[in-house]
Design a protein. Structure first.
Length: 149
C-alpha cells in the first residue's frame, strides 16, 4: 500500500477527483449502475497513472470493492469515467490513516520504498470467442451468411 502512495501524484488525484466526485451525474449508462452504487460511499484518496486508491468507512465495503475488482474489474468503468483505464484499490479508513502516518515518517527520514508498478490486464476477445459468437448466430439464424470486413 505504501508503494501505491509513493507512485501516486497530487495532480493526477486532483484531475481524477473532479470526475470521481460527480460520477453519478457523468455516468448515466445502465451498465455502470453497479459500479456507481459500490463506489458511492468511498472517497478517492490517491491516484497514479493507471490506478486509483479509494478509502471506505468500513472494512467490509473495502473488501467488497476489492473483490469486485478482482472478479470483474473496474477498468472499463474508469476508462469511461476518467478517460483512461485504472485498477482500483480500496482500503478502510483506519488502515489508510495508518499508512499515511507511515508514509510521512518514512518521507521525513528519506526512506520511502520504490513506487509499485501496476500492470493492467484487460481481457481481449480471442478468435475462439469470435468463433463461438458465429456458431451461436448460425444456430439462431440458420440461413445467415457471415462476412469478414
Amino acid at each position: 500500500m505504501l508503494g501505491l502512495l509513493v507512485g501516486a501524484t497530487k495532480s493526477e488525484r486532483q484531475k481524477d477527483a473532479m470526475k470521481f466526485n460527480i460520477q453519478d451525474q457523468l455516468m448515466t449508462d445502465l451498465r455502470w449502475i453497479r459500479s456507481i452504487s459500490l463506489l458511492k460511499n468511498s472517497q478517492l484518496v490517491a491516484s497514479g497513472p493507471n490506478y486509483v486508491l479509494v478509502e471506505t468507512q468500513h472494512p467490509l465495503e473495502a473488501d467488497e470493492l476489492n473483490e469486485m475488482e478482482f472478479n470483474i474489474g473496474f477498468l472499463d468503468y474508469f476508462e469511461g469515467l476518467l478517460g483512461t483505464p485504472k485498477k482500483l484499490f480500496a482500503v478502510p479508513k483506519a488502515q489508510y490513516e495508518r499508512v499515511v502516518r507511515q508514509f510521512r515518517e518514512r518521507m521525513a527520514s528519506h526512506d520511502l520504498p520504490e513506487p509499485v508498478v501496476v500492470e493492467l490486464k484487460k481481457e481481449q476477445k480471442t478468435e475462439n470467442t469470435k468463433k463461438n459468437e458465429e456458431d451461436l448466430m448460425t444456430k439462431v439464424f440458420p440461413t445467415i451468411q457471415i462476412f469478414e470486413d
